[in-house]
Design a protein around this ligand. Structure first.
Ligand code: LLP
Length: 429
């Protein structure tokens, strides 16, 4: 469970009142709860009793160096998808030897950088990519550790933009082709060392069934690859969904009563352990959202309200440039006033300052009747929140802070206008 709750009528992150953070750092600001992350990490690391499980945190979910450092200190490896993410991990003190590098379009400079950094394994997504890594490794005079991402063709039943494991998607190699590809690697690509296999079927899964189906499909292949090529690991990807709706359920009723179908770390582990244990492989997990999603809110201020012909609008000082999930994936985030309200719900659209109709954080939402000047917290903003933000409409990137008990640490300064344009070059007339 996350650690955002009302105390004496004010929303707190752990023991810090959110209005204090707004006073000190302004809005919009992402506020992370360190202990929420640590508790969930602990649960992951202990749920797979009897299986050699390692966490490779999916950096793309939230790549702030302070978060990466926390993961590194707790023994995590990292699932990276670019040279930039590798650079961030190393900068934060993460161990490249615990990094798996996925992604369908790795470039030559990225491959060279990863090879020279000594990553644990490339996760290759096509035959041509394998050949390219083989060529580069030969040129350098080294051997590159590789695994192939297998596409199990299982529907994850999630939003179409974040489902990855079906034949319709660009990811991985078809299950029917995977073993012949491993045979080709072994026979022809002498600067590659086969180290494992990987899959990832999608993100924000709310049911364990697709995970079980995919693991059941791939397990016999993984066993044969171990037998034939001595692979040492199988990364089963990330994708465990979180509660976006109901995460602040009242004291008596917890979200798991209201969402009995919801996947938990425990139910995920319990369903998969019997399938994974007999393989005797190192199992990598690549959670992103489940580790950081519920662990942060985006703090924003209501600036105006407007009663339109058919709608009530509450304008806030955060836009789709700060959190793009509602616009891009029809993402739902709860929005809570920092000052607790009682019995004054209205139906409103919560919209931002960007000049686009898609710039909303909530539509037709029953929310307390917050007034201009009041603070709001957009819940579950830790994953794919800041990491997908942009400076669209020349809006500086938000600040980020981390709370630990009653301590607040600034982990990213708000961008300045100077920084916003510092890489632009004005032509000299
Ligand atoms: N491993 C691989 C290879 C991935 O592509 C991803 C996410 C993960 C792990 C982590 O998945 P997670 O545990 O976070 O579900 N921006 C979208 C989500 C995109 C996910 C991309 N890949 C959103 O805001 O919903």
């Amino acid at each position: 469970m996350h650690q955002f709750s009302y105390k004496n009528g004010t929303l707190h992150c752990e023991r810090v009142a959110l209005n204090q953070i707004a006073d000190q750092y302004g809005t919009p600001t992402f506020v992370y709860s360190r202990n929420t992350i640590l508790n969930d990490l602990d649960e992951f690391q202990h749920a797979f009793e009897g299986v050699d499980v390692h966490i490779a945190y999916a950096v793309k979910a939230c790549s702030n160096g302070a978060i990466l450092r926390l993961m590194a200190q707790r023994g995590c490896g990292f699932d990276i998808v670019s040279g930039g993410e590798l650079w961030r991990v190393i900068r934060a003190g993460g161990n490249p030897a615990l990094c798996t590098y996925a992604g369908v379009a790795k470039t030559e400079p990225e491959i060279r950088y990863a090879l020279s950094s000594g990553i644990y394994c490339f996760i290759c997504e096509s035959e041509n990519e394998l050949r390219e890594i083989d060529r580069i490794a030969a040129e350098i005079g080294t051997v590159a550790p590789v695994a192939v991402r297998v596409n199990p063709n299982v529907d994850a039943h999630t939003h179409k933009y974040i489902t990855t494991g079906t034949n319709e998607n660009k990811f991985g190699v078809d299950i029917s082709r995977i073993e012949s590809l491993y045979a080709e690697i072994a026979a022809q690509m002498h600067h590659l060392r086969i180290r494992g296999i990987q899959m990832h079927i999608g993100s924000q899964l709310t049911d364990v069934t697709p995970f079980v189906m995919a693991v059941e499909k791939i397990a016999p292949i993984a066993a044969r690859l171990k037998e034939t090529y001595g692979i040492e690991f199988w990364s089963i990807g990330g994708g465990i969904g979180i509660i976006y709706d109901g995460c602040l359920a009242s004291g008596e009723k917890k979200w798991w009563d209201e969402h009995p179908q919801q996947i938990t770390i425990q139910s995920y582990a319990q369903a998969l352990i019997p399938l994974l244990k007999p393989l005797g492989l190192r199992i990598l997990l690549e959670p992103g959202r489940r580790l950081v999603g519920n662990a942060a809110v985006m703090l924003t201020r209501c600036v105006y309200e407007k009663k339109g012909e058919s709608k009530l609008f509450k304008m806030i000082d955060a836009g789709m440039n700060d959190i793009i999930r509602p616009a891009l994936y029809e993402g739902y985030h709860e929005i809570w006033p920092v000052r607790q309200h009682r019995d004054d719900l209205v139906v409103a659209d919560i919209v931002g300052p960007i000049c686009e109709s898609g710039d909303f954080q909530a539509q037709n939402r029953s929310i307390p009747d917050v007034k201009p000047g009041e603070l709001l917290a957009e819940m579950s903003a830790g994953a794919y929140g800041f990491s997908m933000s942009s400076t669209y409409n020349s809006r500086p990137l938000a600040a980020e802070v981390m709370v630990d008990g009653d301590k607040v640490t600034l982990i990213r300064r708000r961008q300045t206008l100077e920084q916003l344009v510092e890489d632009e070059i004005l032509p000299i007339d």
